[in-house]
Design a binder for this molecule. Structure first.
Ligand code: PRX
Length: 658
């Protein structure tokens, strides 16, 4: 492993704080005119029509924006379209034989290529199969699948028949699946037998079946055979084989259902402040326009490109920037099943080389790992096809940014550090790669049409360099419309903090802290709610706490995020046991297992710290800030307002292992 600093890079780049867009990139970029910011400002909201115009509509919208019932905004009102038609049918005449999805399996040499014609065919066949199983418009279909092509096929098949999908990340646990299926009243599940991880076939069906055991209504399950001979599945009643269903529908034609712009395209569950995940609702017209527009303007996607986003489709990044954005633009989207270090740490670079990838969009956690592994891995491959690099999901430190820029992009590719969320549907704050200079560590200015501000607790804008709260003042087409069947929570979660309904002022609060510099560049500092970000994955501390207090012998628990060199943040669990419960490693393991069962291995605590008390204010509120400081080994803030100041030092000694 090479963790040697690159002397030349350090010397030349360390001091440089601003980078101009490379001339070779600017020459060919989709968006090059800096007046676009002004244009959006002067012509708002109509300027957003340019996003909608990237799509084909069955009937054009009457109004760009309806804000009569704030904050329940509607975009491209009266417009009608179908998302699968936009991602498939409209490309067939000119690009039917071009590749839509290049799928790379984890086992070396296992690949599959879907042209637009082929993808269109299979989507039609599976759409017909879903219909035959009784799936109707508006029925929520759940997908619990790893990175295999049948996942985007199933998503587009749902879109075709107007059935919203809800994709549950395959790394989530059986309980997490059950909770999401119940919440969405979802009666159809598409899953698979297993998949490969570091060369080993992994059972996935058992988890899916376990989850279904906790769903209180009947579910029809479709099982994709991913592992072939590696695993034979005896289907139970109500379990159907994907291949047989598709075979039975060979050559089927399913007319894309005409959907209203505001009809739900999908639900995506994400973690919030309470123990219950939030079902974020995205729509057909606004979301798809936004995903296509940001793919065009920020990722510079063109139909002839081979574009790769290495996220998992189980998260919003994969929805917007593996499936909907790139396919709406008719490009080739690469999908990789496995991990970046299998069979060796050059796997990603091998794929970039083999497929001549033009854009790579990944997460800072991955970049930190590449940096740790060393530049010799990318150096083994020809990466000159790359034109643009992107990052998403968590703050990127300038050193990792510069490493990415130099060793992957060869100083020829702009790096877009894109801030956004499940709720925003697409990118919100990032440089336009051919327009603005880049500043490592800062995402950049808000995109044209996005009115983001940094404010204090009273909602007043704070000056340059001061930390505050990130807010967004105007609506945008890709925004969530509500939380599934919970308008009240939608308002409480996002609009309560800074809006003034009497004055008709509605301000979206993403629950992130940020600061802005004198040029209007935003540096996002991280969540200010009880959500932590582990390797770019969003986890609710309350969800983890409720799993821990469910373990017999646990009296109370507090979970916080502590800094982690590779993962960004890691889970620290402070646990008070009941009298008589032994505080040993076996009990620690039981707690860890309970978290993995409730959420999944991504939420696995880095440390479980037993304590007989938690630091609390006089009113009984747990002082999480202090627990974070302890986890990070930081100087502790003021402890004098605590009811029990002594406990802090006790806990500190335990974490340090004294
Ligand atoms: O805290 C911000 C962080 O990730 C959160 C959103 O998580 P999720 O909904 O899972 O979506 C992740 C992928 C879009 C945000 O509230 N975040 C995302 N991108 C960045 C970021 N923090 C800093 N810089 C970013 N570029």
């Amino acid at each position: 492993m090479s963790d040697q600093p690159d002397v030349e890079l350090e010397a030349r780049l360390a001091e440089q704080e601003e980078f101009e867009p490379p001339a070779s990139f600017v020459e060919q970029a989709n968006v090059t005119d800096e007046d676009i910011y002004e244009e959006f400002e002067e012509n708002w909201p109509d300027a957003w029509e340019r996003a909608a115009e990237l799509l084909d509509w069955d009937s054009e919208w009457d109004d760009v924006l309806n804000d009569d019932d704030e904050p329940f905004y509607e975009w491209f009102v009266g417009g009608e379209l179908n998302a699968s038609e936009n991602c498939l049918d409209r490309h067939l005449a000119d690009r039917g034989d071009e590749v839509a999805i290049e799928w790379v399996g984890e086992p070396v040499d296992e690949t599959r290529t879907y042209t637009y014609n082929e993808l269109h065919r299979e989507v039609n066949e599976f759409a017909a199969a879903l219909r035959e199983q009784g799936v109707e418009e508006e029925d929520v279909v759940t997908m619990y699948m790893p990175m295999i092509p049948e996942l985007p096929v199933a998503m587009l098949a749902c879109a075709r028949i107007g059935a919203p999908h809800s994709v549950v990340f395959a790394g989530f646990s059986a309980d997490a699946l059950a909770e999401r299926m119940e919440s969405a009243d979802s009666e159809t599940l598409v899953t698979c037998d297993g998949y490969y991880r570091r060369g080993e076939p992994l059972d996935h069906l058992e988890k899916a079946r376990d989850g279904l055991g906790n769903v209180g209504h009947d579910v029809t399950t479709v099982i994709v055979d991913r592992l072939g001979d590696e695993r034979t599945v005896d289907h139970r009643e109500s379990e159907l084989d994907y291949d047989s269903l598709v075979d039975e529908q060979q050559g089927a034609d399913v007319d894309p259902v005409v959907r209203d712009a505001e009809d739900m395209l999908f639900l995506m569950y994400t973690s919030g402040t309470t123990g219950k995940p939030k079902g974020v609702k995205h729509t057909t017209g606004g979301y798809l326009s936004y995903a296509a527009w940001t793919s065009h303007a920020v990722l510079d996607v063109k139909p002839d490109d081979t574009y790769w986003c290495s996220a998992d489709i189980g998260w919003i990044t994969g929805h917007s920037y593996i499936v909907y954005g790139p396919l709406a633009l008719g490009t080739t989207s690469v999908m990789y099943e496995g991990t970046p270090d299998y069979p060796d740490k050059d796997r990603l670079w091998e794929i970039v080389d083999d497929y001549d990838v033009n854009q790579l969009y990944t997460a800072p956690t991955a970049i930190r790992a590449f940096m740790k592994w060393g530049k010799q891995y990318p150096e083994q491959h020809d990466l000159s096809s790359l034109r643009l690099l992107g990052t998403v999901g968590e703050p990127i430190n300038p050193r990792a940014w510069k490493w990415y820029y130099k060793h992957i992009g060869d100083e020829e590719c702009p790096v877009v550090d894109t801030w956004w969320q499940t709720e925003t549907g697409g990118m919100m704050i990032t440089t336009l790669p051919a327009v603005s200079n880049m500043k490592p560590g800062s995402a950049g200015p808000p995109l044209p049409g996005i009115d983001a501000n940094i404010v204090d607790t009273d909602g007043e804008q704070v000056g340059a360099g001061r930390a505050g709260y990130l807010t967004v003042n105007n609506p945008w087409p890709g925004m969530l419309r509500t939380l599934y069947k919970n308008d009240e929570r939608f308002i409480n979660e996002y609009w309560d903090e800074y809006s003034d309904p009497e004055a008709d002022e509605w301000v979206y609060f993403p629950e992130d802290g940020a600061k802005v510099d004198e040029d209007g560049y935003v540096t996002v500092l991280g969540r200010v709610d009880d959500v932590i970000n582990v390797s770019g994955h969003r986890l609710g501390t309350m969800e983890i706490e409720s799993a821990i207090v469910g373990v017999p012998g646990v009296a109370e628990a507090a979970v916080v995020g502590g800094d982690h060199e590779m993962k960004g943040e890691a889970v620290y669990a402070y646990v008070i046991t009941e009298d008589g419960q032994e505080e040993n490693d076996a009990f620690r393991d039981e707690i860890i297992e309970a978290v993995e069962d409730a959420i999944g291995p991504i939420a696995r605590p880095e440390q479980v710290i037993f304590t007989h008390e938690l630091p609390k204010t006089r009113s009984g509120k747990i002082m999480r800030r202090l627990l974070e400081d302890i986890a990070n080994g930081d100087e502790l803030g003021n402890t004098s307002t605590l009811r029990n100041p002594d406990v802090v030092h006790e806990i500190e000694a335990k974490v340090r292992g004294d």
